[in-house]
Design a protein around this ligand. Structure first.
Ligand code: HEM
Length: 436
């Protein structure tokens, strides 16, 4: 069957103007045109999947027929062979070696770092002070991922360098992904800053690896797991380890910081929800700090996290078919580009009534049991599902519980959004009001 073409197609430019001007407003409505809709990004022909069941096929049940798609190619020069970009057997091998760093007992250990870092941030705020919440959350997310990666003395220097450089890498990296390649070679300030940030990060990470190899002990951090891991008696080279470290920093900081900032904004904007959260925290924790063991009892807090990840997820990810693939009544040839959009799926009113309303109470066990597979995919799915998914959810629950135990954050103006690869908050100015 011919694939329906999305509306608002321009000659030559295709759907790029609609994508750039309307962003998710454009793609959230594509389900009205079919389960698979053709989208032309300039000369690149892509297939936008709008149905949960076909999303599930792309990510999970037919996942092995795909590799990463066009958007990921742009990150290759600096993320190299890291997990986000690699494919096939190589990806599987690396993933198996990295997985132990994200096992339950490891996350439990990172959870105390998370609680300590969140508590030290909350202790610095002054009553009545206006905070730029997304900046605070970025700072916190760098500390948490940085300390989980590098716990040794020399690792502390690396965390400082990450703090200084990683946002230049992420933001300029994103700009690169959206612009033609020749722009990267121009002597622009952004390019120079990007190159310098990458050079600094590389130097410091390689230094930590070198010092680790000299002593060889397991510090219980992510880096130790990476360096101790072996497949068929072979471990990672320094270059491979560096690529994986930069991948974890790129994938794990900004994503979590955005979710945290939005969760705090929504709490401030919805006093009834905030009140219910406070009641749960008072009952479960009383006056003591939150721990990993408390998470199963923090059911409403967890619902807030689920709803935040529904409302504010990644815009889309891309895949390329390795062979002919049948998706519903559409047959795609090998080499076809496919787009899957957590944002579009999470705002589809067929599965999430009143999708623009922040409603944690929707996440009842009954709702979850009727939600179709593939309708809620904040972390993707299948073999390429987010490696840091439990890490991130733990970090968000622990931070919300720690901050909300002491403070109410009251928005001083409506949120502004800058939509790039995800809805980024812009200047979430919120007043810190002590809880009585
Ligand atoms: C709320 C926070 C986060 C969100 C929403 C998120 C989302 C995602 C998504 C959607 C993917 C799949 C991409 C695709 O299918 O093409 C992914 C992959 C990945 N994420 Fe996350 N992520 C988050 C936090 C983290 C954290 C904290 C880490 C690590 C510390 C991390 C590490 C990774 C890695 C390594 C991959 C690639 C996995 C693979 O292909 O095997 N992420 N993430």
């Amino acid at each position: 069957m011919p694939v329906p073409v999305a509306p608002r197609r321009w000659p030559l430019l295709g759907h790029t103007p609609a994508m750039l001007l309307q962003r998710a407003r454009f793609t959230d409505a594509l389900h009205e045109h079919g389960d698979v809709v053709r989208l032309d990004l300039g000369p690149l022909r892509a297939h936008f999947v709008t149905s949960p069941s076909l999303t599930y096929e792309v990510l999970v049940s037919q996942g092995s027929k795909f590799r990463k798609g066009a958007m990921f190619d742009k990150f290759q020069p600096y993320l190299g062979t890291g997990l986000l970009l690699s494919n096939g057997g190589y990806h599987l091998r690396q993933r198996r070696m990295m997985q132990p760093a994200f096992h339950r007992e490891r996350i439990e250990a990172y959870a105390s770092t998370m609680a300590r870092a969140a508590s030290s941030l909350a202790a610095r705020w002054q009553p009545g002070e206006i905070r730029v919440v997304e900046d605070d959350m970025q700072e916190l997310a760098v500390t948490i991922v940085g300390e989980a990666l590098f716990s040794s003395e020399i690792g502390k220097r690396a965390v400082e360098e990450v703090r200084r450089s990683i946002f230049t890498v992420i933001q300029q990296g994103m700009i690169r992904a959206l612009t033609p390649s020749f722009v990267e070679k121009l002597p622009l300030r952004g390019n120079k800053e990007f190159d310098a940030a990458i050079a600094r990060m590389k130097a410091v990470v390689l230094q930590v690896i070198e010092s680790w190899r000299a002593d060889g002990t397991d510090h219980g951090d992510v880096l130790s797991t990476l360096l101790l891991a072996q497949e068929d008696g072979v471990g990672m080279t320094d270059r491979q380890t560096y690529d994986e470290v930069l991948t974890l920093l790129t994938a794990g900081i900004e994503t979590t910081a955005i979710a945290l900032a939005w969760a705090l904004y929504e709490l401030g904007d919805n006093p009834e929800i905030e009140k219910r959260l406070h009641a749960e925290l008072d009952t479960v924790l009383g006056d003591r700090p939150v721990t990993f063991a408390d998470i199963p009892s923090l059911t409403y807090t967890t619902q807030i996290v689920q709803e935040t990840l529904r409302m504010y997820p990644i815009w889309f990810v891309m895949r390329r078919t390795l062979e002919e693939v049948r998706l519903g009544d559409v047959t795609l040839p090998a080499g076809a580009e496919v787009i899957v959009s957590p944002h579009a799926l999470h705002h589809d009113p067929r599965y999430f009534p009143e999708p623009r309303r922040f409603a944690p109470e929707r996440w009842t066990p009954e709702f979850l049991s009727t939600l179709p597979r593939g309708a809620y995919v904040p972390f993707g799915g299948g073999a390429r599902q987010c490696l840091g998914n439990t890490f991130a959810q733990t970090e968000i629950v622990i931070t919300l519980a720690t901050v909300a135990a002491r403070w109410r954050l009251v928005p001083t103006r409506a949120a502004r959004v800058k939509f790039t690869s995800a809805p980024y908050p812009q200047g979430l100015l919120m007043k810190a009001v002590p809880r009585d």
